[in-house]
Write a protein that binds this ligand. Structure first.
Ligand code: ZN
Length: 443
């Protein structure tokens, strides 16, 4: 498929009539540019002396002011919160998981509903991830490794040991077993693109191999080459699918930079993705994925962002720790997603300006103040720590909802405040960061 499309693209570039166009249904460069114009990104302000910026992403379903935190609704729902509640707490967009929706209810159902946004009654912008991370993590059963201690570890087998292996990667794709019923499935770059086109989110991601920090350097090199080849196949399939359904809202495709903790691999990965062009267009934006050592997060994001085009948005996958958010924004990342605010909320772990605490602890049984005195969310305006303590200990569903509203609002508002600080200019961002982190860490 890729070879045919690549030849086709070159024919166009040479200004020749291309006889095979109808067969693979590619747009002409003019049609392609018109389709892609439904998605745009503008840099509106920059951090003095750094890579950080504030900007505006425009999608067919609305705009996202960046930096922005994008809450996750894994299975087309933010657990415990309605779309109206998510909009009220300031969420500008929602991100769902292609892997989960592929297994249940199946992409055809979402497509028939009119796409992800229509299906879940969210009128704003939507994202889906490619399924790569879930295929490898849920399928293979290894845990997310953003901040793991890897001292002395270097073993490709940690991904899946012997008979427990539920996902196997080859150069063409990944075969895996469903975490729901054990049934066998196969994802390739083309399958991921077809699934994500059926789901219909505004921003979709190329299918990549997500490695861990424990993979050996030779494995990381092979994996990066594979992710690059898959990126090219995703672009080709994305172009074909876009042209097949010209009446549909344009879906922006983000390439995903891997390369773990290695500077040369991260830079090469970013450069190679940035260099991809097809029929007049490369990726609409970029994801930064995979294993990131917490202490090197800003450095790694900085390497990648310095290689990527300034005029395209960058999404850092799976980040919501407050220190990480400040570091990544300063280094040039524009959007972020993470399940942690909602997941923590369901376990009673509550964010506050004075740090994270667990509201289910006995100390809060008679604490009639709000979850966070500085918070403007619905929960903090009307409910007490004692009430949340009671609800969560009694496993009342309302407890999950109220705690989720607060935690999501806390992170959304924090990133909004970073954007406002960048827009104010001067040292406003540095002052916000220093003041916030000092108080948050109990200083
Ligand atoms: Zn609150």
């Amino acid at each position: 498929m890729w070879a045919v499309v690549a030849v086709a693209a070159r024919s166009f570039a040479a200004g020749q009539f291309w006889g095979e166009r109808r067969r693979v249904a590619l747009f002409s460069p003019v049609e392609w540019a018109r389709a892609r114009s439904a998605f745009s990104f503008e840099v509106l302000a920059r951090l003095p002396g750094g890579g950080g910026r504030a900007g505006l992403i425009t999608t067919p379903h609305g705009q996202i002011r960046t930096p922005a935190f994008i809450p996750v609704g894994t299975a087309a729902a933010v657990k415990g919160a309605t779309p109206e509640q998510m909009a009220a707490l300031g969420a500008q967009a929602l991100l769902a998981n292609a892997y989960h929706l592929y297994l249940r209810p199946g992409p055809a159902v979402v497509e028939e509903a009119g796409g992800l946004g229509a299906f879940m009654n969210w009128p704003g912008p939507t994202f889906t991830d490619s399924g790569g991370f879930q295929v490898l993590s849920l399928g293979a059963g290894f845990k997310k490794v953003l901040a793991m201690d890897t001292a002395g570890l270097a073993d490709d087998q940690v991904i899946a040991k012997g008979s427990e292996r539920l996902a196997t990667v080859d150069d063409d794709g990944v075969t895996f077993r469903s975490h729901l019923d054990g049934s066998r499935h196969r994802f390739t770059p083309e399958v991921s693109m077809r699934v994500q086109h059926q789901l219909g989110a505004d921003i979709i991601f190329a299918f990549d191999e997500c490695t861990t920090l424990m993979n050996t350097r030779p494995y990381q090199e092979r994996s990066l080459a594979r992710t690059q080849a898959w990126a090219e196949r995703c672009l080709a399939e994305h172009a074909r699918l876009t042209a097949l359904s010209p009446a549909r809202p344009y879906q922006a495709l983000f390439g995903v930079v891997q390369g773990a903790q290695f500077e040369d691999l991260r830079r090469r990965g970013a450069r190679d993705l940035a260099g991809l062009e097809l029929a007049g267009g490369g990726f609409d934006g970029y994801g930064i994925g995979g294993a990131l050592e917490k202490e090197n997060l800003a450095t790694i994001v900085g390497w990648v962002c310095s290689e990527l085009p300034e005029a395209r948005p960058r999404h850092l996958l799976g980040i919501s720790e407050v220190g990480d958010l400040f570091a990544a924004v300063a280094a040039g990342a524009d959007t972020f997603d993470c399940v942690a605010p909602a997941r923590s909320a369901r376990h009673g772990a509550i964010y506050s300006a004075d740090g994270r605490y667990n509201v289910t602890r006995a100390a809060h049984a008679r604490d009639f103040g709000p979850l966070d005195a500085d918070c403007d969310c619905y929960t903090c305006q009307s409910y007490s720590r004692a009430y949340l303590h009671h609800l969560l200990r009694a496993r009342e569903l309302l407890g999950y909802t109220l705690a989720t509203i607060h935690n999501e609002r806390f992170i959304v508002r924090l990133v909004d405040s970073m954007r406002a600080a960048i827009e104010s200019g001067g040292d406003a961002f540095a002052r916000l960061r220093d003041g916030f982190l000092n108080r948050y860490s109990g200083g």
